[in-house]
Design a protein around this ligand. Sequence first.
Ligand SMILES: C[S@@+](CC[C@H](N)C(=O)[O-])C[C@H]1O[C@@H](n2cnc3c(N)ncnc32)[C@H](O)[C@@H]1O
Length: 199
Amino acid sequence: MVFIPEGKEIHREGALMRCPNGQAASSEEEATVLHKRYISEQFDRLPAVKKESFMSLCCTAPNSFDPSDPSKPTTHGIFQSNSVRLSGRDRLDGAVFPTFCRCNHSCRPNVRHQWRPDLQVLVLIAVSDIRAGEELYVTYNGGEWGDSSDCSTEVRREYLMEHFGFHCMCPLCKEGDNDAGGILADAVRAGLAIEGGGG
Ligand SMILES: C[S@@+](CC[C@H](N)C(=O)[O-])C[C@H]1O[C@@H](n2cnc3c(N)ncnc32)[C@H](O)[C@@H]1O
């Protein structure tokens, strides 16, 4: 079977759009206005094909749709929904990437990403053997909870809901659901047995 071995570089790509995370401003409101304006100006400068690629990305951040047309995502909303913080000398910037931003999160990812400031590219590397057809998962929390096996499904989901606004359905969390279902089923069976035995 075809597979990508652990440690192999899978892909590298440059940013579709990049923006400083913090801008000199006298208030949070002003910083948001500047951020939105910066993104809008960057978007206007993109060639048509990159505009299309950017606008096709998911839009899930709060308040990310145009108030005058709630079906239309804003450029700021798309940036907020997809941006990843860069590292090294570029650590003050966030950026959106055409392929990386298509990857879903897993609490047990099979891919890690590394920003290369020297080359100005994001590199995706397999962290386990990946079989043909297997989904590529990255982690959105930047290793915040270390080894996710130390942390319960509930705690990880709470964190992801609070910071990223979704209920995690990654394979590890689904395993947690099955375990919980199993425990519940055992408890119900035990209860029935006790009830049955006591009657
Ligand atoms: C950057 S997008 C990821 C790519 C997106 N699924 C797409 O098709 O373009 C992030 C959004 O994907 C969804 N998502 C990513 N990982 C998820 C997971 N483990 N469980 C549930 N939803 C997830 C959430 O809606 C999240 O806000």
